[in-house]
Design a protein around this ligand. Structure first.
Ligand code: WT7
Length: 622
């Protein structure tokens, strides 16, 4: 494949920390356990490890075995002693343009108060706490407070509807749900507390609901169960000891869309996770001590966990949280914020870039953007046109584009450039030092360079998810059964002659709509709840801005005829059960779904027909 490569500018190279990436790949490959051990030594621990990796029970790997510590020790505590105390840790810009700041010392106090509050509610190590909050400082504070005392946080994206939140609560059985009265977006309020009330109705596990009165609207509070956030924390002490945990103790469980109709919870732990997010963050974004870092990802997603909250705080830089949307009130809101806070590193998603690109270059050109040094992309393949626009119009050819391939499962960056590597638009370049990937065929044999196949990771890595909560067997079967000893990413990829990887999309029945990973099975389950529906199959179609959009093929029960009314009803069902991102753009009524001999619906047949492809042209991996 002939693609232009983009070399780093002389000015960028001069200031870069890692000037010779190839040397780092080699060094890490020589002894990868030693490499990860040296990364771990950059952090503070309560007690050192006895062994770097325990691989005696694959695929349940353990890292930094025997070590004690806590991610909060590195994200906050050490900054109180190392001169970062008065540096801004968290910057928050509201939808309407107000801002709030927390220095590391202030963040520590807020986290300690809430941690003490959690303890006063009986939350202990190992207890789950569900968090249903928008992108507000309390979301970060809640995560850190849970981590500090060894409670396990489980965040549900604020855009999800009551049904999804309820499924999550049924799965993780939290004692406490932290939510807010209402969220604000595009100047409009949308209530969240009533959604939370509906989600917990009749469930016994949730003993308390902590409510952040963020929008200051009246919401019904259930006596004996609901507590105002400030009523609780204001009377608590701003000092709280950070619990020393085992490095394999869970830090969070995160909602994960897959091929099952019910979502699963990915379990991530304190030790290995913090090592890999720290190392990747520092190297990939070439972080400098006074950087202002802005990841537009909501804390409800893995990017929000790893790179909006934890990694920037561990690095002791300033992280920016933004409540609103990048094109409100005007299409240049995102560029305005970059100039306002002098953002150095921007980390965002291709779907957003395509949308902003569509607004026209004039909106970008109104702003200087000269503080920017590095531009990151995450969530789906970045098409070369968007890459070049990002590079030229936003970055003025000064800033490397860092295309980061990874997953909720991987916890941290996996295939990603070191910023002084020559870049190719559309490729996430090479596996990070200490990470090993291959492209294989159906039998697990490596394919030739230039050929497509399945992307696998061939060695364990520190930040890998340890399991699915309460579903170990399903975890093993999904990712490790097909090629024992190797992790199946479920992505189709190609490796070129230079050893660069090109992630080409999902091989399973999972869509990527506007960067959100949504299982076709989850949408189908919601549609099937409509009383007129007998059977349904959902497929993804390429979409100019969203990357993919969902189309549903519906077979109706006897006596029903497809109509706009039924379609509206179906869309309403999806919206109320899953939230707006999952709503199908198109619904087509058909008499019968194509099925194989085992009765499995062949979505790829529907897809090939829809896209006018011959079935032979469709990559089939099942
Ligand atoms: C899936 C994982 C990574 C955190 C946010 C999404 C796709 C992600 C890229 C990229 C091509 C990408 C893959 C992957 N994906 N980043 N840079 N290039 N594809 O996490 O929701 O768990 O989704 O997103 O298909 O498997 P996620």
């Amino acid at each position: 494949m002939k693609t232009k490569t983009y070399k780093p500018s002389v000015a960028f190279l001069r200031q870069a920390t890692i000037k010779n990436p190839e040397a780092e790949y080699k060094k890490a490959a020589k002894d990868y356990l030693k490499y990860w051990e040296s990364a771990a030594k950059e952090l503070e621990w309560g007690k050192p490890w006895k062994k770097v990796l325990d691989d005696s029970k694959p695929p349940f790997y353990k890292w930094f075995v025997g070590a004690k510590g806590n991610i909060v020790q590195n994200a906050i505590d050490r900054h109180l002693a190392n001169g970062n105390k008065n540096k801004v840790a968290l910057l928050w810009e509201s939808d309407s343009g107000q801002h709030k700041k927390f220095t590391y010392a202030e963040l520590d106090q807020a986290v300690c108060r809430l941690a003490n509050g959690l303890k006063s509610l009986g939350i202990k190590k190992g207890d789950r706490v569900a968090i249903y909050l928008q992108n507000i400082p309390e979301a970060a504070i809640a995560m850190l407070a849970c981590a500090k005392i060894g409670a396990i946080h489980g965040i549900v994206y604020a855009g999800f509807a009551a049904h999804s939140l309820r499924e999550w609560i049924e799965l993780t059985e939290p004692k406490l749900l932290i939510t807010q009265d209402a969220g604000i977006r595009r100047g409009k309020r949308y209530s969240m507390k009533p959604t939370a009330d509906e989600a917990v109705k009749g469930l016994k596990c949730v003993k308390n609901m902590l409510v952040v009165h963020h929008s200051k609207i009246d919401v019904p509070m259930v006596k004996g169960r609901d507590i105002s956030y400030h009523d609780l924390v204001d009377k608590m002490s701003p000092k709280c000891e950070t619990e020393m945990l085992d490095s394999e103790d869970p830090l969070f469980i995160l909602y994960n869309s897959g091929t099952a109709s019910k979502p699963k919870g990915m379990v991530h732990v304190h030790g290995g996770y913090q090592v890999q997010i720290h190392r990747t963050f520092n190297w990939v974004f070439d972080v400098k001590p006074n950087d202002v870092f802005w990841s537009t990802a909501d804390p409800g997603w893995i990017t929000g966990h790893s790179y909006t909250i934890y990694a920037p705080l561990m690095a002791g830089v300033t992280t920016l949280l933004f409540e609103g949307v990048p094109n409100y009130p005007k299409p240049d809101r995102i560029w305005e914020i970059i100039d306002k806070y002098k953002v150095n590193i921007l980390y965002t998603a291709p779907t957003l870039l395509r949308m902003l690109m569509g607004e026209g270059d004039q909106w970008v050109k109104k702003h200087s953007l000269k503080s920017l040094r590095i531009l990151g992309s995450v969530g789906e393949p970045i098409n070369p046109a968007a890459w070049k626009w990002y590079y030229t119009v936003v970055g003025k050819k000064r800033c490397p584009i860092i295309d980061t391939w990874w997953q909720t499962e991987t916890g941290a960056h996996m295939i990603v450039p070191l910023p002084t590597l020559p870049l190719k638009p559309g490729s996430a370049t090479k596996p990070f030092p200490g990470i090993f990937a291959e492209v294989v065929d159906h039998d697990g044999k490596k394919v030739k360079d230039g050929e497509r196949g399945l992307l696998v990771i061939t060695k364990p890595w520190p930040a890998m998810a340890r399991t699915f909560y309460k579903a170990e067997k399903y975890f093993k079967e999904t990712y490790f059964k097909r090629f024992p000893g190797k992790y199946l990413t479920l992505d189709v990829a190609m490796r070129d002659k230079d050893g660069y990887f090109w992630a080409l999309g999902r091989a399973d029945d999972v869509l990527k709509i506007a960067g959100h990973r949504i299982g076709t099975a989850e949408i189908e389950a919601a549609i099937a709840h409509h009383p007129a529906v007998m059977e349904v199959a959902v497929i993804g179609k390429p979409h100019k801005i969203k990357g993919e959009s969902a189309k549903a093929f519906v077979v109706l029960k006897k006596g029903f005829v497809g109509s706009d009314e039924i379609s509206d009803g179906i869309k309403k069902k999806i919206r109320s059960e899953m939230g707006p991102v999952a709503v199908t753009d198109e619904i087509e009524y058909i008499n019968k779904l194509p099925k194989n001999r085992n009765g499995k619906v062949m979505r790829r047949v529907l897809k090939a027909k829809e896209l006018g492809q011959k079935l032979e042209d469709v990559v089939v991996f099942d």
